[in-house]
Design a protein around this ligand. Structure first.
Ligand code: PLP
Length: 445
């Protein structure tokens, strides 16, 4: 056991993962875990999928690396074609990177460069939402609205302005319809743009279904349609961060399809390569591409490993497998089944405040008092206890503590592989319910 690996040195108690098959992971001591969060909503095909392994072996035999300064490669071009073929309307170019934070950084820089190329130098502000996570590099961290992650790194590189999220469980008023609430939440964007100056904002960035920081929170009503309209009214670019909620996780290939809108820029990663290789991408609209092509002639950016052939081959194989095996239909069916079983098993629990999400992307918010929605004391670290209890029961889930100005409760995020069946769902819910009970018993004893 190495004490030099920072990860091991800091989290000494972690098991060593040595293998995986389907929805299960194995550690060095022979323990078996159901990977019910796909790590961090990554392993959409589960582990050890033969089609992906085969594609990677073949690519490695042909070519492991060629620098994008000199070449493109076949898998990179094929992946770009596949992504555009299935993209929301207007997104017709792809920039391949190594992960989600890199994708967000690139998208923000694209948005900035777009306004330089189109002679709008006054534009300099980014608006995001309080309940959000967009990555851990300093630019992406600045965009995110999670104070716990941001605080110790102040001052951040970009001066981002945050509005409230669309978070029905916490912010919709009693008796307020979805439409009225959606309009009220979206209005905050227009107010913020006007406050900053109608021609001074570059972009608004948001996750269509908020993942890690809030626990699978979708918007309600026409929230995103209104957001799209407001962005268009003021010439503000809309960046949708689908790093966690995208690539089929919510039952449609892109989460924004369910909101009936298309962004100007979209970031994807995680499920794109399903964990078989680190890969992410920015999909950009024709108008942004044209601004670069007709302006300086290039996008002023680059990373050594962007468009890496092995990463592109993994993304291609994963996405082709999802198409070939019609796995999105299973995401919808098993997503509904997961919701049904969660509600049946936990819906009446006095500490379960909310069960939410779309497809195989579900969140359970835990509260001390269901009537008042009062969270547990964050110092009790209920989420960490649940994670530990789940691991003891052979279950991997993704729990987080409360985030929005101390208002939100602890939550557990579920994002199982798209290949789960009814029996798997039953085992996940069973073990999770036990782990939640043990976690809460632990703080009450
Ligand atoms: N954006 C969102 C919505 C995410 O959930 C994440 C990671 O959890 C990121 C960006 C950053 O991605 P990565 O960890 O691959 O850098």
């Amino acid at each position: 056991m190495s004490t030099h690996l920072l990860h091991r040195a800091i989290h000494g108690h972690l098991p060593t993962a040595v293998g995986g098959k389907g929805i299960e992971l194995f550690d060095a001591e022979g323990n078996v875990y159901i990977d019910a969060s796909g790590g961090a909503a990554v392993s959409c095909l589960g582990h050890g999928h033969p089609a992906v392994i085969d594609a990677l072996h073949k690519q490695l035999d042909r070519l492991a690396y060629a620098h994008t300064g000199f070449f493109t490669t076949e898998p990179a071009e094929q992946l770009a074609d596949l992504l555009v073929r299935n993209a929301p309307a207007g997104l017709d170019h792809v920039y391949l990177v190594s992960g989600g934070s890199e994708a967000v950084e690139a998208a923000i820089k694209m948005a900035r460069q777009y306004f330089v190329e189109t002679n709008q130098p006054r534009r300099r502000h980014i608006i995001a939402r309080r309940q959000s996570y967009h990555g851990n590099t300093l630019g992406a961290l600045a965009a995110g609205g999670n104070e716990w992650r941001r605080t110790q790194f102040q001052p951040l590189l970009i001066n981002t302005h945050h509005i409230d999220p669309c978070f029905a469980y916490r912010m919709q008023q009693v008796g307020e319809s979805d439409e009225v609430y959606a309009a009220r939440a979206a209005q905050q964007l227009e107010d913020k743009i006007l406050e900053l100056g109608a021609d001074e904002v570059i972009a608004f960035i948001a996750e269509p279904v908020v993942g890690a920081t809030a626990g699978a929170v979708p918007s309600v009503g026409d929230y995103f349609k209104r957001i799209r309209e407001i962005c268009d009214r003021y010439g503000v670019l809309l960046i949708l961060d689908e790093v966690m909620c995208g690539m089929g996780r919510t039952g449609t290939l892109h989460a924004c399809e369910q909101d009936g809108i298309a962004p100007d820029l979209m970031t994807v990663a995680k499920g794109l390569g399903g964990g078989y290789q680190p890969v992410g991408a920015v999909l950009l609209s024709g108008k942004i591409f044209d601004a670069f092509a007709n302006g300086s002639g290039f996008f002023q950016h680059g990373h050594t490993y962007m468009g890496h052939p092995m990463a592109a081959a993994a993304g291609l194989a994963v996405q082709q497998t999802i198409e070939r095996e019609s796995l999105l239909a299973n995401v919808v069916a098993m997503g509904n089944e997961l919701e049904r079983q969660l509600v049946e098993r936990l819906g009446n629990d006095r500490h379960v405040g909310d069960i939410r999400g779309r497809g195989l992307f579900r969140g359970i918010e835990l509260v001390a008092d269901r009537a008042t929605k009062q969270p547990f004391d964050p110092a009790l670290k209920l989420h960490a206890r649940i994670k530990k209890e789940a691991l003891k029961r052979g279950l991997i889930v993704y729990p987080m503590g409360g985030t929005i100005d101390g208002v939100q409760g602890d939550h557990v995020l579920l994002a199982p592989p798209f290949i789960v069946d009814r029996n798997d769902v039953e085992r996940i819910v069973e073990r999770l319910a036990d782990a939640i009970k043990a976690g809460i018993d632990g703080i009450q004893s």
